[in-house]
Design a protein around this ligand. Structure first.
Ligand code: NAP
Length: 323
C-alpha cells in the first residue's frame, strides 16, 4: 500500500485523505448521518487511512463524533488529524481563539468526542490575530510533551515569519494550506520552506470545493443553502472560464478511462512537494472516486497538456476560507 510519511514522525498516510468538513453539513446540502458514516467506512474500504476533521466541523462536534464512531474499532490502522483554535460564537459565527487555555480545553473535548486517548496530528487551524503565535505554539508543545498529541501541524499560515515563529517553539510536522490546479500561490515560498524543514504538506480544496470534479453543469441552479456560491470563482466570468478549462481536461482523463475528479486528484498528489490531498466527501461514491486517483499515474504528455490548459485558464484570485 502506498503510504507517505508525516514529517519526521512514524506516522504513514495514504496520499488521498478523507476531508470531513462536508459531513458536518454546515455548508453542504443534503447531508445525512447515514451517508456520512457510510462515507467514512467507504474511505477506509478504499485504502484511505488518513482522516481530517476539526473542532469546529459541526456546531457541536458532529464531524469528530462520527469519525470516532466509525474509526475507533480500526484505531491501529488509521491516522486521525483534528484542529484547534476555531470555535463557534453564540450567534453561530466562526470564532478564532487560539489562546493557550482554549487550545487545552478544545483538545480535551476533541479527544472525548473522538473517543480516543491520543490525537495523531493536531493542527492550529488558523492564526488568531489576538494571540501571539508563540503562545499558541507553546500550548501545542505542551500537548505534544504530555503525549496527548503525536504530531503538530499548522494551517492557513500565509507568511514565512508565522512558520518561523511557531517552529521556534513547537516543531511543525505538517502544513495545511489550500491548493489545486488553479490556486497555486504556495509554490513560491511555502512549499520550499516546508521542504527545507521536513514539513509534510496536506492540501485542502484539491477539487476547488467540487468545481474541478466537473459535475456542476454550466447552467447549475444553486440551492440557497449551498455555501459555495459566495466565492467569486463560482460566479460570472470565473465560472465560464473554469468550465472552458474543464473541457480541456476531459480528453486527458478520457485517455485513461478515468473521471475528471480522478485526474485532478492524481495530478495533485503527483505534484512535487505535495504529500496528501484532503478530499472532502459526503457520499461513498465521492470518496471512492477520490481514492481511485491513487492508482492513476499521469504520463509526461498528460502533465504537459494539463500545464498548457492551466496556463490558458490563468490563476484564480484566491480567498482562503477557513472551514
Ligand atoms: N484548514 C482549513 O482551513 C480547511 C479549509 C477547507 C477545507 N479543509 C479540509 O480539506 C477538506 C477538503 O476541502 P473541501 O471539502 O472544502 O473541498 P474539496 O475536497 O475541494 O471538495 C469537496 C466537495 O466536492 C464535491 N465532491 C467530492 N468528490 C466528488 C466527486 N467525486 N464528484 C463530484 N463532486 C465531488 C462534494 O460537494 P457536493 O457533493 O456538495 O457537490 C464535496 O463536498 C475538507 O473536508 C477539510 O477536511 C480545511
Amino acid at each position: 500500500m502506498n503510504r507517505r510519511r508525516i514529517g519526521l514522525t512514524d506516522l504513514w498516510v495514504s496520499p488521498v485523505a478523507m476531508g470531513c468538513w462536508p459531513i458536518a453539513g454546515i455548508t453542504s446540502i443534503d447531508v445525512t448521518e447515514a451517508h456520512s458514516l457510510a462515507t467514512i467506512q467507504a474511505a477506509l474500504d478504499s485504502g484511505i487511512n488518513f482522516f481530517d476533521t476539526a473542532y469546529c466541523y459541526g456546531h457541536h462536534g458532529e464531524s469528530e463524533q462520527m469519525v470516532g464512531r466509525v474509526l475507533r474499532p480500526h484505531r491501529n490502522e488509521v491516522v486521525i488529524a483534528t484542529k484547534c483554535g476555531i470555535g463557534w460564537g453564540p450567534d453561530l459565527k466562526q470564532l478564532k481563539d487560539a489562546r493557550p487555555a482554549t487550545i487545552r480545553r478544545q483538545c480535551d473535548e476533541s479527544l472525548q468526542r473522538l473517543g480516543i486517548d491520543v490525537i495523531d496530528l493536531y493542527y492550529l487551524h488558523a492564526p488568531d490575530p489576538a494571540t501571539p503565535i508563540a503562545d499558541s505554539a507553546g500550548a501545542l508543545r505542551e500537548l505534544l510533551d504530555a503525549g496527548k498529541v503525536r504530531a503538530v501541524g499548522v494551517s492557513n499560515f500565509t507568511k514565512i515569519e508565522q512558520y518561523e515563529a511557531f517552529h521556534a517553539v513547537c516543531p511543525i510536522s505538517a502544513d495545511q494550506p489550500h491548493y489545486n490546479m488553479l490556486q497555486r500561490e504556495i509554490e513560491t515560498e511555502q512549499l520550499p520552506w516546508c521542504e527545507k524543514h521536513n514539513v509534510s504538506v496536506m492540501v485542502y480544496w484539491p477539487l476547488m470545493k467540487g468545481f474541478l470534479a466537473g459535475k456542476l453543469p454550466r447552467d447549475h441552479v444553486w440551492d440557497p443553502k449551498d455555501g459555495r456560491q459566495k466565492y467569486p470563482v463560482f460566479q460570472g466570468d470565473q465560472w465560464t472560464k473554469t468550465h472552458d478549462f474543464l473541457d480541456k481536461l476531459r480528453p486527458i482523463a478520457a485517455r485513461h478511462h478515468r473521471s475528471l475528479a480522478e485526474l485532478v486528484t492524481a495530478w495533485t498528489i503527483q505534484r512535487p512537494g505535495i504529500t496528501v490531498a484532503l478530499c472532502g466527501a459526503k457520499r461513498p461514491d465521492q470518496i471512492q472516486e477520490s481514492a481511485a486517483a491513487m492508482s492513476l499515474t499521469l504520463t509526461p504528455q498528460d502533465l504537459a497538456d494539463i500545464d498548457q490548459a492551466i496556463r490558458e485558464r490563468g490563476e484564480v484570485q484566491s480567498r482562503a476560507a477557513v472551514t
